[in-house]
Design a protein around this ligand. Structure first.
Ligand SMILES: [Zn+2]
Length: 232
């Protein structure tokens, strides 16, 4: 008898898992029960403008609706495990086999929000992805402006809110001898609604003249009358 599967089964029978959406108990390490997995809808990738001719391809895994909303909101309760589950969902739904990137760059939190929450969900997702895909995570950006929560803002106010919100991380650039010209960067975030956050971050990163700059967000939300211009 193989010991590890036996032990896993034994441990699961003592500490059963539960569905993160409906709380149904089951004996495996799945995130949701079968019925709740069926509620998940995938979304197409899209391309947003950044500056001039430069565009940003954004890969998203799933629609921001239940049961994903529940996982996303767990960050407000300091739940790092939920953030790791978001990374697992990303790996399940986005073709990460042929990403061809040199660095994963998480969208940073402002230090005040970081200290309140204790962690950055985008960074946890990036770290988990990096571990599985063997791609280093690098904090190339810092959040220099304490932005308001986006959810209650109009598109125009979101753009204003995020204007100059990010800056290149001088300490990290120095550590790497500013050697990012020609590198392939992938921005990582948990949620993309209007894409304004990713656009704003990308505007900073293109100053490094990367060879390729793309973004991935686990969930794609919808915002009133807003529709994205281009689908890849
Ligand atoms: Zn369920």
């Amino acid at each position: 008898m193989r010991v590890k599967p036996f032990l896993n089964k034994f441990v699961s029978s003592i500490y059963p898992s539960y569905c993160w959406n409906c709380l149904k108990v089951f004996v495996n390490d799945s995130i949701f029960c079968d019925s709740c997995w069926d509620l998940i809808n995938t979304v197409p990738s899209l391309k947003l403008g950044v500056a001039g001719e430069i565009g940003l391809n954004i890969f998203s895994a799933v629609e921001n609706s239940e049961p994903l909303k529940k996982l996303l909101k767990r960050k407000n309760f300091g739940d790092v495990v939920a953030s790791k589950h978001l990374a697992r969902i990303l790996l399940k739904y986005v073709d990460t086999e042929n990403l061809d990137v040199d660095y994963l760059v998480p969208i940073p939190l402002h230090w005040i929000r970081y200290s309140k929450r204790g962690f950055n969900q985008a960074e946890v997702i990036a770290e988990h992805l990096g571990k599985i895909l063997n791609i280093p995570v690098i904090n190339l950006l810092t959040r220099v402006k304490r932005t308001k929560f986006q959810a209650s803002l109009s598109l125009e106010k979101r753009q204003k809110n995020l204007k100059s919100a990010f800056s290149l991380n001088g300490k990290v650039l120095e550590k790497f001898n500013y050697d990012f010209c020609g590198k392939r960067l992938l921005l990582v975030d948990d949620l993309c609604v209007t894409g304004v956050t990713l656009q704003s971050a990308a505007k900073e990163l293109i100053k490094l003249s990367p060879k390729d700059l793309r973004a991935v967000a686990v969930c794609r939300g919808t915002y009133k009358k807003f529709t994205f211009d281009t689908t890849i």
